[in-house]
Design a protein around this ligand. Structure first.
Ligand code: ATP
Length: 424
């Protein structure tokens, strides 16, 4: 099994990520998130929101609608330019992205035989408009109103996290390329001339955020798009690529969108989207620096980085033939922070008391008394729980419990009334 196959199987076994509508055979490139997967995803989104919206005074959050007037997509250039170049194999009729030609054998035997590339618009069409393929446009169309109500001055930013949809042709590689996903992005408005400096600053901040999720620095690399390959709106684009099990691929991108979007919407809508600087009496259309990030792509990178298979390290009563899986999630992102485990069911009363005490401080904790203690540790390691608190017969005498560290397996005994603080 490849590392990715192991991750896909772990994600399903532990209820992190499940193929969408699976009882009907699934739907390509669509996934559901089970209880732990959703908790992990929410923790990632919360960390992003706190870092860029709550902890800063110069960025405000909005939530714009998924459906927008079709004129938006005409003005933004998406209707004509949001295209993938596709080739089709003349033998098996399968379609591929032109820059992603597969080495695999054609199902009809021998090599594939491709047609010339054809443009294919990847927006999902609805009756009157499209499902948005990015959240950015809502931040441009709302620009004037948000500016007025938030009383911000340039430089300032608008942030949002929201569902986006792309009719991707090749959806292999699990969460990496899906049809329905969430984008977290910021439109940071600056004065023309200040854009290059802001771009450099944002690249640094963006990478710091990725590192704050626990991803290792050696697995990140910058990639600057060559001029001829830039998107229709961009003056400069740098991706941060991650070393996925299937190769170095774009995790996130930073683009200098210039005044392209605001200018286009101003022309098409006839509304004045200029910024007025009250200090200098200048009126201008700001430039915009856009850091953009797919939450699912980040989640997959976090999982790949945290995933480790080791020789069995906990004794279980069952035969331990296979390997053990540990997810070394950063404690701030782990779906469950603490598991409370009585050594045997005979101690469940005392253990439930400890659980109730801890629950006052931590909402994401779990109680488990089923099966051997080794097996329960193993299960918590597999979902990435950083701490297990065990209640044993000594606890009845000394009011102390054992705290086990997921990564080092170090066990420490501590008074029950001290553990909440210790874990913090
Ligand atoms: P790619 O070249 O891989 O198709 P892109 O350059 O089209 O990506 P952007 O338009 O910059 O991607 O999208 C912003 C971010 O959204 C990307 O950096 C990525 O994290 C995420 N993203 C884009 N497409 C998908 C997808 N199909 N599934 C999951 N995440 C995606």
């Amino acid at each position: 099994m490849t590392k990715l196959e192991k991750i896909v199987s772990w994600a399903k076994r532990r209820g992190f990520i499940i193929p969408g509508s699976e009882i009907y055979g699934g739907l390509g490139g669509v996934y559901d998130f089970g209880p732990y997967g959703l908790a992990l995803k929410n923790n990632i989104k919360r960390l992003w929101w706190k870092t860029f919206v709550e902890d800063r005074d110069d960025i405000v959050g909005i939530e714009s609608a998924i459906l927008m007037n079709r004129a938006v997509w005409q003005a933004s250039g998406h209707e004509t330019s949001f295209n993938d170049e596709l080739v089709e194999c003349k033998k098996c009729n399968k379609r591929f992205k032109a820059d992603d030609k597969p080495e695999e054998k054609c199902q009809k035997g021998g090599e594939h035989e491709f047609t010339k590339p054809k443009s294919f618009n990847t927006m999902f069409k609805t009756a009157d408009t499209y499902l948005r393929p990015e959240t950015a446009q809502g931040m441009f169309t709302d620009f004037k109103q948000v500016l007025e109500v938030s009383r911000q001055k340039i430089p300032f930013g608008v942030a949002q996290i929201g569902k986006s949809f792309r009719n991707e042709i090749n959806t292999k590689d699990f969460l990496f390329r899906v049809r329905e996903f969430e984008i977290a992005e910021i439109e940071y408005f600056v004065k023309k001339g200040d854009d290059d400096k802001a771009f450099g600053e944002w690249l640094k901040l963006w990478e710091e955020f990725i590192l704050s999720t626990g991803i290792k620095k050696e697995n990140l690399k910058h990639y600057e798009h060559p001029k001829e390959a830039l998107s229709h709106y961009s003056k400069k684009t740098v991706d941060i690529n991650y070393n996925y099990p299937f190769g170095w691929k774009e995790l996130t991108g930073l683009a200098n969108r210039t005044d392209f979007d605001l200018k286009a919407h101003m022309e098409k809508s006839g509304q004045d989207l200029n910024y007025f600087d009250p200090e200098t009496n200048e009126k201008y259309i700001p430039y915009v620096i856009e850091p953009t990030l797919g939450i699912e792509r980040l989640m997959l990178a976090i999982i790949c980085d945290a995933f480790e298979e080791v020789k069995p390290r906990t004794k279980t009563t069952e035969a331990t033939t296979g390997k053990e899986v540990i997810l070394h999630f950063s404690p701030k992102l782990a779906p469950i922070k603490v598991a409370v485990l009585p050594l045997t069911k005979k101690l469940s009363k005392e253990a439930k008391e400890v659980y109730s005490e801890l629950k006052k401080c931590y909402s994401d904790i779990e109680y488990d008394e089923s099966g051997s203690i080794g097996r329960r540790y193993r299960r918590q390691d597999e979902i990435g729980t950083p701490f297990c608190v065990t209640i044993d017969f000594e606890t009845l005498k000394d009011k102390k419990v054992t705290i086990r560290d997921r990564d080092t397996m170090k066990q420490e005994r501590a008074k029950i009334n001290k553990i909440a603080e210790m874990i913090k």
